[in-house]
Design a binder for this molecule. Structure first.
Ligand code: DX5
Ligand code: ZN
Length: 225
């Protein structure tokens, strides 16, 4: 069983101590930098942008894991796909022709992903699953950190594993939203490969970052026992 990977959500960092945050992520050998990009239209919020993405790409060689929560995504995914080797995850309903967009992301040298809104069923994306390297199951409504898990979304993780295994697909399953100490064991047991870490775990304001990463490692170690 491959170890679960971690993708801390950079919308949750302490922006006044950004390089410290990044050094800690390197120290704890996290796998991806989760870049929540929002346009205030697809979701009623704004977060990170192209200059921030450029700075992150300069700072380290940690793979950027872009989560594009933007309307008319065909218009803007190229701004992020120029960071070759990145994961570019779109909400398929934001593209007029998602197959063309997914292929376009791959042609730009990036790994395409799709994100499944809580209200979206897996059956609506069945023709996209063989084309992507990652499927992100949203376990909260996209747009804000600090929300509570929508429990019915967890079932999609299990269903997705079944589809992937029965069809021989190779995408990773990422889970994004209220990935908390309490929810992590279930998410892993159901088949999550990548966890988006936010205010529910390492960026929790009640604990130091170091304590957060230590608690995460403890949790994972005990789970494997
Ligand atoms: C939702 C965001 C959040 C964030 C994680 O659009 O993507 O899920 O990354 O934050 P918490 O852990 O607070 O849900
Ligand atoms: Zn996200």
């Amino acid at each position: 069983m491959k170890p679960v990977q971690f993708s801390p959500s950079l919308m949750c960092v302490d922006f006044l101590n950004l390089s410290e945050e990044l050094d800690l992520m390197k120290k704890h050998s996290i796998d991806y930098l989760h870049m929540d990009i929002m346009d205030g239209s697809y979701v009623p919020n704004f977060t990170l942008g192209t200059d921030f993405a450029y700075a992150m790409h300069q700072y380290s060689n940690i793979t950027l894991d872009f989560h594009l929560m933007v309307d008319n995504v065909d218009r803007s995914f190229g701004l992020f796909a120029k960071h070759k080797g990145s994961i570019i995850t779109i909400h398929p309903e934001t593209s007029k022709h998602p197959v063309r967009t997914i292929n376009g992301i791959r042609e730009m040298g990036c790994k395409p992903g799709i994100a499944i809104d809580p209200g979206m069923s897996l059956s609506t994306v069945e023709h996209l699953l063989p084309l992507v390297d990652l499927v992100c199951i949203m376990t909260v409504n996209p747009g804000f950190a600090g929300q509570k898990l929508l429990p019915f979304c967890l079932e999609k993780i299990k269903d997705l594993v079944k589809i992937r295994d029965s069809k021989g697909y190779s995408f990773k399953i990422e889970v994004d939203g209220n990935v908390s100490w309490e929810n992590i064991p279930t998410m892993i047991n159901y088949g999550a490969d990548v966890l988006v870490l936010g205010t529910s775990s390492v960026f929790n304001k009640e604990i130091s970052r170091e304590e957060g990463y230590t608690q995460l490692k403890e949790l994972i170690k005990n789970k494997d026992k």
